[in-house]
Design a protein around this ligand. Structure first.
Ligand code: SF4
Length: 213
């Protein structure tokens, strides 16, 4: 297969940073990439899948380089210079990506993905909170949303509240930054909400509410 030279258009870096795989663990060990520069995509969370080119529930937990503010532009992308600030040590996906031939990158999608357990010690106090988030996991929410009954929607709504409460509790006890929160717990459920039939709104007390469209 003929390799086509990168024209440094930056499109791939602007669309989002890579998911990390087993070989990228050395980049964490060498502190080229810090955990608080990652965001966890939890199993079942709506996420972009390059295979079908669609947003769908993530098949497994993944760690992805964070974006900038509300955009997914890779944290390591220097848009003025149109270059990668860690180019010589860029993660596996970035080394494999050829925008006109995605065969190599699709072959590793969902394979040997790094998870939080690879980076957090088992006795770290944050692990108890990570386990507590199973009460409001995406697989549970996705199952409830398949039913689309008033009861199941109400239960899913309660999980949105649990997700926010657990974050507040963990933050008040462990005092971490927003960037660390994204690594430990991922984006709040409301931020990743993406359901055609169940709309997310907020009531006057700033409580998330779900409504069938
Ligand atoms: S790590 Fe570098 S090459 Fe990879 S998406 Fe980010 S800026 Fe682009």
């Amino acid at each position: 297969m003929k390799k086509i030279a990168c024209r440094r258009c930056g499109t791939c870096c602007l669309k989002g940073g890579p998911v990390l795989h087993g070989p990228d663990l050395t980049l964490i060990g060498q502190k080229i990439i810090r955990p608080d520069q990652l965001v966890v995509i939890r199993a079942g969370e709506p996420a972009y899948n390059p295979g079908p080119d669609a947003v769908e529930p993530a098949a497994c937990e993944m760690l992805k380089i964070q974006g900038k503010g509300s955009s997914w532009e890779c944290l390591f992308y220097n848009s003025a210079a149109r270059g990668c600030t860690i180019h010589d040590n860029r993660p596996l996906e970035c080394r494999l990506l050829q925008c006109r031939d995605t065969t190599a990158i699709l072959a590793i999608t969902g394979q040997d993905c790094l998870t939080r357990q690879d980076l957090i010690k088992a006795d770290d106090p944050v692990m108890a909170y990570i386990q507590a988030f199973e009460q409001c996991s995406w697989p549970k929410i996705n199952t409830l949303l398949l039913l689309l009954s008033p009861e199941s929607i109400q239960e899913a709504e309660q999980m949105l509240g649990i997700d926010l409460r657990l974050r507040q509790e963990a933050l008040s006890r462990l005092h971490f930054s927003l960037a660390q929160e994204f690594f430990y717990f991922g984006r709040p459920l409301f931020q990743s909400w993406n359901h055609a039939a169940v709309k997310l709104t907020w009531d006057d007390n700033n409580i998330p509410r779900l409504k069938r469209c």
